[in-house]
Ligand binder design. Structure first.
Ligand code: SAM
Length: 212
């Protein structure tokens, strides 16, 4: 292990001891999880926003996939993490802020992002916070953009009712056993809006034929 990696791990463990729910994991994500969560991303994706970048495990994987530093916006609310990210990715846009405030910032000169990669501990956040994060993120994403989220839990960390309310749909794209702890990755996209004609036909039919 390099000196850099040792210093990084010590910093991480310190942050985890002071606020375990906020940091969300006892060690940074491993390489296999970083590869899975970035697997659908390439330079053609366009700008990418990373939420909860921490020590940059996913940032390194995004760079390895050819995403330019200038096409990255990294968000974390930990000042030590942000200081290190700035040293490591000097050309990326790095924001020290709560991800719930995403809707208040302009990124990439107003150009829409193609993907959001999130390492945020959504499972330990109240629904109000999760809604603010998703609304902010989708406000920055192109219509066909995707939000990638990992979880240690058995299902998507965003509840179905909340996804429905926001017009979103989650699909599990894979699971990594070789991570501490094992994790799954979900892709969250906007639901295709139902064609108007089909919706109105359904409404007329349900008015004429009540449920039995
Ligand atoms: C589980 S760690 C993930 C770090 C890195 N992406 C990884 O996978 O190794 C969660 C990160 O989210 C950050 N974080 C937690 N809540 C946040 C919030 N509301 N806004 C911004 N960052 C947050 C923490 O500081 C921490 O760096």
């Amino acid at each position: 292990m390099s000196i850099d990696a040792v210093v990084e791990t010590i910093g991480w463990v310190r942050a985890w001891i002071s606020d375990p729910l906020h940091v969300g994991a006892v060690v940074p994500s491993g390489r296999a999880l970083a590869e899975l969560i970035t697997s659908e991303i390439s330079p053609a994706t366009g700008p990418v926003i990373e939420l909860g970048a921490g020590t940059g495990a996913f940032t390194r994987a995004l760079r390895a996939r050819g995403v330019a530093e200038e096409s990255l916006a990294l968000v974390d609310d930990g000042s030590d993490f942000v200081r290190r990210l700035k040293g490591r990715f000097p050309y990326a846009r790095i924001l020290l802020m709560d991800a719930t405030r995403l809707k208040d910032v302009e990124l990439f000169g107003g150009k829409a992002a193609g993907a959001v990669v999130s390492g945020l501990p959504l499972l330990s956040m109240p629904p109000k916070k999760v809604i603010a994060i998703l609304e902010g993120a989708f406000g920055h994403l192109r219509a066909d953009g995707a939000f990638y989220q990992f979880t240690y839990g058995p299902r998507c960390p965003v509840k179905r009712t909340l996804l429905d309310r926001l017009g979103l749909k989650a699909t599990r794209i894979g699971r990594v056993v070789a991570n501490v702890p094992p994790a799954a990755v979900y892709r969250i996209r906007r639901r295709p809006s139902r064609p108007l004609a089909a919706a109105s036909v359904r409404r007329e039919r349900s008015a004429a034929e009540p449920d039995v």
